[in-house]
Design a protein around this ligand. Structure first.
Ligand code: SF4
Length: 271
């Protein structure tokens, strides 16, 4: 008796979707996947979509794993769904199984989430329910006031840091749109979010100092933070929220300032 090979339903659905896109291909976070016919697929960075393939460096599976580990500056990428996947490479999968492994090297564990996200009722865990399970160091996240939880999620999950479409919610914060992020959903808070939530609550509990800032200086403060965020210090670990130069810490402060910023003056307005 012959036994049919098992085909993972997530992989099968994914391949069907790629095939349905023909030469337009499918964008999966920062990777563009195009069917080459049969069971062959081409993967490259989406920003290299129109590049001549002879100008791109051919990688094997092990090369993809190395590629995803660090950004162009050589810094470790704790969140593989963060923008900043390096460009200039090309990979050809010669079977469905190779395509599956390639995706798992570039974006570990995302295919099951992608598949689950397509169901009528994706298995999403809201922030409150997720933190209710936390113990030890992270128990403190259970007491985040709703507004702070929303601000922390806004800071942590912005497309500047993560291209997964956040489907989980917290009071006062709607899910992300596919357009702003990608087709890959985030079904529950990740460790980076949990750590930032802990840091946010610790800061909330600290004694406060009063600082008189002129209304007109608030945009200066916001611009300084934006500039620092656009030019992150490569020596600061993304996961270390103890570091004052941590980008998510800076984004958290920026989100606190944002509601206080004056609305933009119409173009041409003078004092
Ligand atoms: S919790 Fe936020 S930062 Fe973490 S994977 Fe989900 S969307 Fe990305």
């Amino acid at each position: 008796m012959s036994v049919s090979p098992y085909v993972n339903p997530a992989v099968q659905a994914f391949v069907e979707l790629v095939l349905s896109r023909a030469t337009a291909g499918l964008e999966y976070i920062e990777v563009r996947i195009v069917s080459l016919g049969g069971s062959r697929f081409e993967l490259r960075h989406r920003h290299d979509a129109s590049a001549d393939s002879t100008t791109l460096e051919t990688h094997d599976l092990a090369g993809l794993r190395r590629l995803a580990r660090t950004n162009a500056a050589g810094a470790f990428r704790p969140n593989k769904a963060a923008p900043g996947l390096r460009r200039g490479w090309i990979f050809t999968a010669t079977s469905v199984s190779e395509l599956e492994r390639a995706l798992d090297h570039l974006y570990p564990g995302t295919l099951p989430d992608w598949f689950a996200g397509r169901s009528a009722t994706p298995p999403v865990t809201p922030f409150k329910e997720f933190t209710a399970r936390q113990t030890g160091l992270y128990r403190i996240t259970q007491i985040l006031p709703p507004a702070l939880a929303a601000r922390t999620a806004t800071a942590c999950c912005t497309e500047r840091f993560c291209l997964r479409q956040r489907l989980w919610t917290t009071e006062g914060l709607a899910p992300d749109s596919v357009e702003a992020k990608s087709v890959v959903p985030c079904l529950e808070p990740c460790s980076l979010m949990l750590d930032l939530a802990r840091r946010a609550m610790k800061l909330e509990q600290e004694e406060k100092v009063s600082l008189a800032v002129a209304h007109g200086d608030l945009p200066v403060l916001a611009a300084a933070l934006e500039r620092a965020l656009a030019n992150p210090d490569a020596g600061v670990r993304e996961g270390n929220t103890m570091d004052a130069g941590n980008p998510r810490r800076m984004q958290l402060l920026l989100e606190a300032i944002r509601p206080l910023l004056p609305s933009k003056e119409p173009a041409g307005a003078t004092e």
